[in-house]
Design a protein around this ligand. Structure first.
Ligand SMILES: C[S@@+](CC[C@H](N)C(=O)[O-])C[C@H]1O[C@@H](n2cnc3c(N)ncnc32)[C@H](O)[C@@H]1O
Length: 237
């Protein structure tokens, strides 16, 4: 992750915007690489998790705002660093979201996108890809936009179309202990996804069958987080 330190070097008291922040986990992750006197804004279309996010990010100078990634509620050139992690596949118009990231970025600032990818994954990582596709399918069943995992080339095209400036890309494999991830995802499938299963109506049996196949695949092949692509670009000063 040395490259992240280099990307963010030299930004003093930066204003950081993290889009689709959820519970602010990516802000905590970023704070290892960004100057300690940064101010963070976490934006999400849902505000129900903000109380939890505030608790989780205690110690960071952070505020949370409700808003849509495709129509950001900020003036042009408001932030030094604009990020979005693990969320592009939740957004109906991804190019529009990237162009909004670019619009609110100041000249000289950094736009960074992080997203899981589905190509070139080994058997244990395919457990993660399949898990993601399974939960995306259940979300779509209840009317939430949630597409399957992008490939690296799809992400690069979306990014380049949104920012219209030459990009540099970096490809990083997360180093999370696979055993811990395996137990967590099996627990989700066997227990914590129950509220979702109960919303599947007459397709419940079909989803339970898919769940059992996924559990069997994970038991046989293990579970490892799939590779994530980091894409970033500095806006010309
Ligand atoms: C998988 S979570 C990722 C959260 C966080 N970025 C992380 O890496 O932990 C996806 C988030 O995208 C948010 N989201 C979905 N569509 C959005 C939109 N159009 N605008 C803003 N946030 C959105 C969801 O509410 C959810 O919090």
């Amino acid at each position: 992750m040395e490259f992240l330190k280099n990307i963010f070097k030299g930004y003093e008291s930066p204003e950081v915007l993290d889009i689709a922040t959820g519970t602010g986990g990516f802000c905590i992750f970023l704070s290892e690489f960004i100057e300690a006197d940064a101010h963070y804004t976490g934006l999400d279309s849902e505000d129900r998790l903000f109380p939890f996010a505030e608790k989780q990010t205690q110690g960071l100078n952070i505020s949370f705002e409700k808003g849509d990634a495709m129509a950001l509620p900020f003036d042009d050139a408001s932030f030094d660093i604009v990020t979005m992690a693990n969320s592009l596949h939740h957004i109906l118009e991804p190019v529009k979201a990237v162009s909004e990231m670019w619009r609110v970025l100041r000249p000289g600032g950094i736009c960074l996108l992080m997203e899981m990818t589905r190509d070139d994954q080994h058997a244990a990582q395919i457990s993660h890809v399949n898990f993601h596709h399974f939960s995306a399918e259940m979300d779509r069943e209840i009317g939430r936009y949630h597409r399957e995992t992008y490939t690296k080339n799809e992400l690069i095209s979306i990014f380049e179309e949104g920012i219209t400036q030459k990009t540099q890309t970096e490809f990083v494999v997360w180093d999370i202990p696979p055993d811990q991830e395996k137990a967590k995802h099996l627990d989700m499938l066997r227990n914590r996804l129950e509220p979702m299963f109960s919303k599947m109506g007459d397709k419940r049996t079909c989803f339970e069958k898919k769940r059992d196949e996924l559990v069997a695949y994970i038991e046989e092949n293990g579970f490892k987080p799939c590779s994530s692509l980091f894409l970033w670009c500095a806006k010309q000063a």
